[in-house]
Design a protein around this ligand. Structure first.
Ligand SMILES: [Ca+2]
Ligand SMILES: [Ca+2]
Ligand SMILES: [Ca+2]
Length: 451
């Protein structure tokens, strides 16, 4: 994963994490790699670079294996904390001998300042919020990713509330929590709250409320976990709402936990010789912004787990439905089947790149990224660099024959690309950073043309 910080010098710097991701990424493989145990454990290598890619420091040993390593969902395993009156630091989830740990590093030097043992090894997200802000206090919240469908899973979702030094405050059950929990000041008092799935928690882990729809219903962890909590504050509006892709439905929830609307979709399954039948789409991820030209309203772009995409307005009305195509200008690697990706962060918002007020979406789930508007029209293409070709570079042992699939998801082995949008040269306009495990390519717009 990669994360941008400005906490050290005020200028944009990028933290790069090499990690196995959740539970040492043994999920789905039942602890074994098919070619005989070359998958290492406990990889946690962090590099800080400046906006031009110059290395400032490195921490831990980089991956040095002959073959690619398996990494699953490391998207939220690192956070930066800049409490007033103290040096900024990096918080990172890792594992040590198969046990979960939380590490604290000095952001200035990369030096490890401390490490606390965790009761579990399936935490995937680290959040750091303000607690007792007058004294620079912090609450650290770790959430799990285990809903019982991975080998070795515990079958329940929980979150661990820690103080700023890693001391345990309490552990809470969060049955509907999936990915992308939110940390924000929900009531404007300067202390941060945490929305984990359909539940809002106070700074000390006290449960404040559950979204009303789920107060008297039982959440099916497979079908109804919240894959994302997107907190939205409208321009000039007081308060906030949450947009939650909840697996089989999309919700918009107000600041009191009331569902403003809930929308579901279906798609038709067609098999030879039988009548088509409908199944629910998996509402997996959303992005929110001013996504249409000459329209100041905001819209929600919905990804249905590669089965399609929708655009809805803030009232839940569908404006557009379609599907963004795959894009492999250098040729699709043989083992990557169309639609096989299922990345944690399939899309990022590109704020006002054209200077018109309209936002674009950089889509990175199906090959080389490109930028679209809210109706899926391709607006910006990023010039293809020859070194981005992955067909042979990522070949795995035993998979030399064309078309062979690697065990588990190809993107977990490094196929495909990830993206970030950030103003890394401080000129007031966001650049697009496209990266894989070897390279990062930076794109910007100058008078509407890629540079
Ligand atoms: Ca608060
Ligand atoms: Ca509070
Ligand atoms: Ca810039």
């Amino acid at each position: 994963m990669a994360a941008v910080t400005r906490q050290r010098t005020g200028r944009a710097e990028i933290l790069w994490l090499q990690s196995m991701g959740i539970m040492d990424a043994v999920l789905g493989l039942r602890g074994e790699v098919p070619w005989g145990g070359t998958q290492p454990r406990g990889l946690c290598h962090i590099t800080l670079t400046d906006g031009r890619g110059e290395v400032i420091w490195r921490s831990g040993a980089p991956w040095a294996g002959e073959h690619p390593y398996l990494s699953h969902f490391a998207d939220g395993m690192m956070a930066v904390d800049a409490a007033p009156g103290r040096a900024p630091r990096v918080l990172c989830l890792a594992s040590q001998g198969g046990e979960g740990v939380l590490r604290f590093l000095d952001l200035g030097t990369g030096r490890m300042e401390g490490e606390v043992s965790l009761p579990r090894n399936d935490y995937t997200w680290v959040l750091c919020g303000r607690s007792d802000p007058a004294r620079g206090g912090r609450t650290v919240v770790l959430t799990t990713q285990d809903v019982g469908y991975y080998a070795g899973g515990h079958g329940r979702h929980s979150a661990l509330f820690l103080d700023g030094e890693g001391g345990v405050i309490r552990e809470v059950e969060v049955p509907g929590d999936g990915h992308f929990p939110a940390c924000f000041d929900a009531d404007g008092d300067g202390w941060d709250e945490f929305m984990l799935g359909y539940d809002l928690f106070d700074h000390d882990g006290e449960h404040l409320w559950r979204t009303d729809y789920w107060r008297r219903r039982r959440i099916n962890l497979m079908r109804q976990h919240a894959d994302q909590v997107l907190i939205h504050r409208g321009l000039g509006e007081e308060g906030w709402t949450a947009v939650i892709p909840g697996s089989d439905a999309l919700y918009r929830v107000d600041a009191g936990g009331r569902v403003l609307w809930r929308r579901r979709w279906h798609r038709w399954v067609r098999r030879k010789g039988v009548a088509p039948w409908p199944v629910r789409t998996h509402v997996q991820f959303v992005a929110l912004g001013r996504l249409l030209a000459n329209d100041e309203r905001e819209y929600v772009f919905v990804l249905h787990n590669r089965f399609g995409m929708s655009l809805v307005d803030l009232e839940g009305r569908v404006v557009w439905r379609g599907k963004l195509p795959e894009n492999w200008p250098g040729g699709r690697p043989a083992c990557v089947e169309a639609d096989s990706f299922h990345t944690g962060t399939p899309m990022v918002l590109w704020k006002n790149p054209l200077g018109t007020g309209q936002d674009l979406l950089v889509y990175n789930e199906a090959g080389w990224p490109y930028a679209v508007d809210g109706r899926g029209s391709r607006v910006v293409e990023f010039a293809w660099p020859a070194e981005a070709r992955q067909a042979d570079a990522f070949r795995l042992p035993g998979l030399s024959e064309a078309g062979a699939r690697p065990p588990y998801r190809p993107d977990d082995w490094g196929y495909g690309y990830r993206c970030l949008t950030e103003d890394i040269d401080d000129d007031g306009r966001q650049e697009v950073l496209i990266f894989d495990r070897r390279h990062c390519w930076v794109y910007g717009l100058e008078d509407g043309a890629a540079r």
